[in-house]
Design a protein around this ligand. Structure first.
Ligand code: GLU
Length: 284
């Protein structure tokens, strides 16, 4: 009998907030190789929900860079900026489950609250939100919303964890990981300014696009604890992950995203060829 082997679907999901550098090239090449080695597919998703930082000229630039590298993706390009309705549906679902709450705190107020409390535990993104707005009453929330106070939405992680139960996930490089979604505290699921968040959008899109293997850098490994929780709450299929190593410069330091000298565009302008880039990154 023929065994049904699912096709691997990976993706490269850059944010057009600047020009691509060597680290992005590695990630794109890694995702493509992982797909091709298994006869699978590579999707390209432009993560452009943050209209305060994304620019169409950077999208044009990254497409030029991918073409230069010879990277070919399957199907149409998906842009997160065109998928707001899908993120709203997911938010509504989390809200219906009673798992979100509006947070009116400014950064300054959060820091002041942490200081008053004598400190807060640290998460991967710094001090954890002390949960100030979680304890507002329904009347207080309503009054502040009616008054026009800007707010983000946070996930009540303790409640969400209890609802989802124990979770784990598979990383191709690191094996089975026990999900620890409390790592970041009550994280922001919809920002004040853009009405959604990276965590929500990426989780929804990977599921709806049929991604079976999420390929991305090691710097996003911790975020996967949150994504695994969101999948469980939203009843979404669970992919596997492969968080690849990060590219370092000659001195062993991780490449900074803002290091202009390492953008593919500037390397190209200096006369570096795509073949040389592939060789340097180990894909020739
Ligand atoms: N858009 C993210 C970035 O450019 C990558 C997100 C992901 O691969 O999950 O850093």
């Amino acid at each position: 009998m023929l065994q049904h082997i699912p096709v691997i679907v990976t993706r490269f999901a850059p944010s057009p907030t600047g020009r691509l550098h060597l680290g992005h090239a590695y990630s794109a090449l890694f995702s493509e190789k992982t797909a091709r080695d298994s006869g699978g597919k590579l999707l390209l998703r432009i993560e452009d929900i943050d209209f305060t930082r994304c620019k169409s000229e950077f999208e044009a630039g990254l497409l030029e860079d991918l073409e230069w590298l010879g990277i070919e993706w399957n199907g149409d390009i998906v842009r997160q900026s065109e998928r707001g309705g899908l993120y709203e549906e997911a938010l509504q679902k989390l809200d219906d489950l009673g798992l979100t709450y509006p947070c009116f705190c400014t950064r300054k107020e959060i820091l002041a609250e942490i200081e008053r409390a004598g400190g807060a535990p640290h998460g991967p993104e710094g001090q954890i939100y002390p949960g100030t707005c979680r304890s507002l009453t329904a009347a207080e929330r309503e009054a502040r919303i009616n008054r026009g106070d800007p707010f983000s939405l946070r996930l009540d992680v303790a409640k969400a964890k209890e609802m989802a139960g124990a979770l784990d996930w598979e990383d191709a490089a690191k094996g089975t990981q026990i999900a620890n979604p409390a790592l970041f505290g009550d994280f922001v699921i919809a920002r004040k300014d853009i009405g959604t968040s990276y965590h929500l959008a990426v989780t929804v899109d990977d599921a709806l696009q049929g991604v079976t293997l999420v390929t991305r850098g090691r710097d996003l490994l911790e975020a996967t604890h949150l994504h695994r929780l969101l999948q469980a709450l939203l009843d979404l299929p669970v992919p596997r992950w492969h968080h690849h190593e990060l590219i370092e410069d000659e001195s062993g330091k991780r490449l900074a995203k803002r290091d202009e000298s390492q953008t593919l565009a500037s390397l190209r302008a200096e006369g570096v060829t795509a073949r040389e880039i592939l060789e340097r990154l180990g894909f020739s």
